[in-house]
Design a protein around this ligand. Sequence first.
Ligand code: NAI
Length: 467
Amino acid sequence: MAYDVVVIGSGPGGYVCAIKAAQLGLKVAVVEKRETFGGTCLNIGCIPSKALLHASEMFAEAGHSFDTLGVEVTPKLNLKKMMAHKDATVASNVGGVAFLFKKNKIDAFRGTGKVVSAGKVSVTGEDGKSQEIEAKNIVIATGSDVAGIPGVKVDIDEKTIVSSTGALSLDKVPGHLVVVGGGVIGLELGSVWARLGAKVTVVEFLDTILGGMDGEVSKQFQRLLAKQDFDFKLGAKVTGVAKAKKGASVTFEPVKGGETETIDADVVLIATGRRAYTDGLGLKEAGVEVDERGRVKTDGHLKSNVPGIWAIGDAIAGPMLAHKAEDEGVAVAETIAGQAGHVNYEVIPSVVYTSPEIASVGKTEEELKKAGIEYKAGKFPFTANGRARAMLHTDGFVKILADKTTDKVLGVHVVGFGAGEMIHEAAVLMEFGGSSEDLARTCHAHPTMSEAVKEAALATFFKPIHI
Ligand code: NAI
C-alpha cells in the first residue's frame, strides 16, 4: 500500500505537516532517525533553551530585583535540578508529538530516510537493515545542523568547545564563556550562563549584534546586555579556536585589519549559524535540485523540481524558524490534499528570548529605506507604561513603521518584557492589512504592557497620550 504522504523528519515542520495531512484524510507516515520525535527544536533547540532561559531568569530576578519588591531571598543555584527541569520539559514535549501521531493514525518509521526516487523512500534502521516504503508524495523536512565557523577548523567536543547542543548541558557554570557569533543562539545561550554567573564575551564579525534586525533595536539591546555584564568584541573575525590544557582559546582579528587578539575561555560556544541538513538523502540521485548551500530548491508552492517531492523548513531557503517550518508544513499538506496552501512570508514574527525579549514582524527601517518606501515611525518607551513600572520592567520600547501615505503597518519592533507575546497583535493586524490608526483605535486593557503597542500606534498616526 502506498502512503499519500511520507514525511522525512519530525521537527516542527515535519510533524505539523504529518498531522495536518492526516487531519485532511490522507494516509501518512513519518520517518525519523532520532530516538524521539520533535527534531532539533524540541530535543536540543527551542524547547530546552526556553526551559533554561526561564529558570535562569528566575534565578537572576531573585538575586537582583526581588529585594526592591520587598521580597528578601538569597537564591542558591542547583544546576542539576535546573537541568532536570529542562529534561522533563523536553520529555513531555516529545512525548506529546508521539501521542499526536498515534491519535492521528500516523505510522512512524524509526531510521534514516532516503529518497530512492519519486514515490519511494528507504528507511535504514540502527541495525543497518533497510525497508522501502511507497509514497505518492514525499516531504523533505530534515531541518538543519550546526554550520561551524566558515573557513576555520574547530573541534567541537560539546564539553569545552560546544555548539548549542553542548551549551544546553554544561555540568557547571563556566567562569568565562566566549561566544563566537552575536546572533540569536549566542545571545540566548550566553544569557543563560551570564545569569547563572559566567562572564560572557561575544565575538562578532559584524559591527552590530543580531545582524538583520532593526538597527535601533540591536543598538539598544546591546546597551542592555552590556548592563548584564556582556562584553562585546564587534567587527572581529574569529580565525581560530583551540583547546588548551585548561579550557580553550579564541583568536580573532579586526575585520577592517589590524592586530590579532587571543582570549582564554573556560568554554567556547560556536554560534555562527546553521546549514540545511540534506546530506545523504539521495537528492542528487533522485534528480532533486539543491542550491549552493545544499537547500532544496522549491517553487512558490514548496514543490521541488521532481513531481511528488516537496520540501519545507530549514531544508529550504528562508528564515530558520520553527514557526516558518510549521506554516510551510501546513501549506504543503493542504496543497497535496487539493486545497490552496499558502504561507505569507511578509508576516513571520521573530523573537529573541533574552531579557528583555526582542520581537519583530515585517520590515525594519533599514529595509524600508533601501526599498525607497516612504514611511512614518511611532515609538513608545516602557518607562512611560504603568504596568511596566509596577513590575520593574521598564527597559525597551515599541516601534511601529507605517506607510507614509496609506498608514498601512509595514513593520513592528518591540524590545521589552513579554515582547514575544505582544508581537502577535501586530502580526494579526498586518495579516489583515491594518493601519496604525486601526491599532490605535483598538481598545487595549489597562494596565498592560500591550498598551505601549497602542501608544506607539497613536504616535505613528497622530500623538501618544502618555508621553
Ligand atoms: P545567526 O546567523 O543568527 O548568527 C551567527 C552570527 O555569527 C552572525 O552574526 C555572523 O556574523 C557571526 N559570525 C559568522 N562567522 C563569524 C566569525 N568567523 N567570527 C565572528 N563571528 C562570526 O546564527 P545562530 O545564532 O547560530 O542561529 C542559527 C539559526 O537558528 C538562525 O537562523 C536563527 O534565526 C535560528 N534560531 C532562532 C531562534 C529564535 O527564533 N529564538 C533561537 C535560536 C536559533
